[in-house]
Ligand binder design. Structure first.
Ligand SMILES: Nc1ncnc2c1ncn2[C@@H]1O[C@H](COP(=O)(O)OP(=O)(O)OP(=O)(O)O)[C@@H](O)[C@H]1O
Ligand SMILES: [Mg+2]
Length: 236
């Protein structure tokens, strides 16, 4: 379970990027983070990955208290999260398979089963065929799927994704969302920020709307915004 208690975050002391955030997310939930550009969505996710420290308040994931986590505990903690970052950062001089194996090496998971696990992760995103290719040979959609494979290879209980469909055409966006929905159905918590109103309005899940750093809406099976855009007809 994830619990924000009176969380505040400022980057520059001038204004709050997040303000008085209180919320709980149970294991297995699917949460869309929505809100205008600059609202605080990325910041919300970065506090959870400890890429940024919070300024005030308390944040808990399971038994881990993020406010008191030490540098030494950080790698072990992060390995339990599936982080899909916004910048498509793959190691360009390595093949797709090596990119996934690299994560397992860096976290000393896997051992002799590393290759099997890496291939399972690639199978999950339907990319076994491109395992020997270099990232430069992939489409943007394929790159995004490799990033997801990399994020899930340690079989995380929580996936945190920052606008995972942001750079994608509709077909790749649907394929990417299918992967997340499938992982969620297997019990993985998914928290993703998005501006994709059609996805949010079509496959309904909990919506947390952030505005100027504050949660202004917490709606189960929510819509992207109010009122719902009547043009959003999207089959998935
Ligand atoms: N590294 C940083 N240094 C200073 N201010 C920052 C930094 N990162 C974010 N901010 C500020 O914090 C606020 C929230 O930004 P954040 O990136 O969380 O918004 P967002 O909701 O993810 O926006 P977008 O939809 O554009 O990605 C903004 O006012 C932004 O300018
Ligand atoms: Mg953002």
């Amino acid at each position: 379970m994830i619990k924000f208690t009176d969380v505040y975050k400022t980057y520059n002391q001038k204004r709050w990027a997040l303000k008085k955030v209180n919320c709980e997310i149970e294991q297995g939930e699917f949460v869309y983070l929505v809100g205008k550009s600059g609202a605080g969505k990325t910041t919300f996710l970065k506090l959870l990955t400890l890429e940024e420290p919070l300024t005030r308040g308390a944040l808990q994931i399971g038994n881990a208290n993020l406010t008191t986590m030490t540098e030494k505990q950080l790698p072990m903690f992060r390995r339990q999260l599936g982080i899909v970052s916004q910048n498509l950062a793959l190691l360009e001089n390595m093949t797709v398979l090596e990119n996934i194996l690299y994560v397992l090496r860096a976290t000393d998971f896997g051992g002799r089963y590393a290759k099997k696990r890496a291939l399972e992760a690639l199978a999950e995103v339907d990319l076994v065929d491109v395992q020997k290719k270099k990232p430069e040979e992939l489409s943007i959609g394929q790159r995004q799927k490799v990033l997801i494979a990399r994020a899930i290879v340690n079989q995380p209980k929580i996936i945190l994704a920052d606008e995972p469909t942001g750079n994608l055409d509709d077909k790749s966006a649907i394929e990417t969302m299918r992967i997340f929905f499938r992982l969620n159905q297997k019990g993985t918590t998914v928290i993703m920020s998005t501006h994709h109103s059609t996805i949010v309005n079509t496959v309904r899940h909990r919506v947390l709307e952030i505005n100027e750093g504050q949660i202004v809406r917490d709606q189960s099976e929510g819509s992207y915004g109010q009122p719902t855009d009547g043009r959003d007809i999207f089959y998935i």
